[in-house]
Design a protein around this ligand. Structure first.
Ligand code: PLP
Length: 370
């Protein structure tokens, strides 16, 4: 990234030699991202991250449909990230009229107690009027993997005109998306979930006619996303994805072992600890636990003081903690949802930190209960 942040600083849309060098870097990054995601380079749209990719997938699809008649319904899982749920809900309230989208129905499809989408309920929600189906690859809070192949099969059979989107922001680091998302029209990724920079992402758009642009301006990204390219961010995204592809096999095993050590350590050390989802159904990076009778906000304060940086659900959200919509959708009572803490592991996590974390968490829970 460094040369493109500091030395080859030119605008990739320009025509002089420095601009051409920046544009070459963008196009090389596009080819790399495309090959790793199993897409053609022309199908990769660079964005400012997962939120923008999700908004573009949801509202861009609806806006395109609106040109040919009113889109009537969206179906998505009830545990989607807010970057999918909120644009869908906003559109349903008629707030996306600036993009030509009239009011529509949003079916938020139920999940199991493990946080896996109910495929029969999804099928029931589908109809001729379904314009878009969005099911995330792995949930960001609990880490549960979703049955994408079966989702695609059922959607294609029941609602062949619906565009199919998956938010693969969390899964991209550990899973070969070229295989798992091949049946999806739209795929969102974000660099900072891969060890890359914040503020860079991409949306795979498999059919050129699928989207209407939400941003209008210089016509970059083949008119799908206007705005000067963040060349360094794009190079960082591609590099992070390439590193993830190379290391995923080893990292999946290494990080899962650390996660198991953390979860088993806490289950043994802290009575009344419950894991939110079965470990073989979640990403290796996720350890999501509930500590009976403990307020998550108070616990997080003590953990922070002890040098353990955890979160209570979606780390993207800030401000007052509402009980997690993911846990509520999984059937967890609101009071119990307020006892949940999410620990995230990754490239930098080492065994000593796990043992320290077990001690700090056990002491903090003990202090709060005491
Ligand atoms: N989707 C999921 C599943 C996420 O976990 C996140 C962020 O945590 C986003 C979307 C938003 O991505 P970004 O932070 O790049 O805007």
């Amino acid at each position: 990234m460094a040369p493109f942040a500091a030395v080859t600083f030119a605008n990739a849309s320009g025509s002089h030699a420095a601009a051409r060098a920046a544009r070459r870097a963008v196009e090389e990054a596009r080819e790399l991202v495309a090959s790793l995601l199993g897409a053609a380079p022309s199908e990769v749209v660079f964005t400012s991250g997962g939120t923008e990719s999700d908004n573009l997938a949801v509202l861009g699809t609806l806006a395109e449909r609106a040109r040919h008649g009113t889109p009537l319904a969206i179906a998505c899982s009830s545990i989607q990230h807010a970057a999918v749920l909120e644009p869908a809900r906003a559109a349903s309230r008629g707030l996306a009229q600036v993009h030509g989208i009239g009011a529509l129905r949003v079916d938020e499809v139920a999940v199991s107690t493990a946080g896996v989408i109910d495929l029969d309920a999804l099928e029931d929600a589908l109809g001729d009027d379904t314009a878009l189906v969005s099911v995330m690859h792995a949930n960001n809070e609990v880490g549960t993997l979703q049955p994408l192949a079966e989702v695609a099969r059922r959607v294609r059979a029941r609602a062949p005109r619906a565009a199919l989107h998956t938010d693969a922001v969390q899964a991209a680091k550990y899973i070969d998306l070229a295989t798992t998302t091949a049946g999806f029209d739209l795929v969102s990724i974000s660099a900072h979930k891969l060890g890359g920079p914040k503020g860079a992402g991409a949306l795979v758009v498999r059919a050129p006619s699928l989207l209407a642009p939400l941003q209008h301006g210089g016509g970059q990204e083949h008119e799908r996303r206007s705005g000067t390219h963040d060349v360094a961010g794009i190079v960082g995204l591609a590099t992070a994805l390439a590193v993830a592809a190379k290391t995923a096999g080893d990292e999946r095993v290494r990080v899962a072992e650390l996660r198991d050590r953390l979860a088993d350590g806490l289950l043994a050390a802290v009575p009344g600890t419950v894991e939110s989802a079965p470990r073989d159904e979640v990403l290796p990076s996720h350890c999501h636990l509930r500590f009976a009778g403990v307020d998550q906000e108070e616990l997080l304060v003590l953990l922070d003081r002890g040098g353990v940086y955890a979160s209570a659900g979606s780390s993207c959200a800030s401000g007052a903690l509402e009980p997690s919509h993911v846990l509520l959708a999984m059937g967890v009572a609101p009071a119990e949802a307020r006892t949940a803490v999410r620990f995230s592991l990754g490239y930098t996590t080492v065994p000593g930190e796990i043992d320290l974390a077990v001690r700090v968490v056990a002491d903090a829970v003990g202090a709060l209960r005491g």
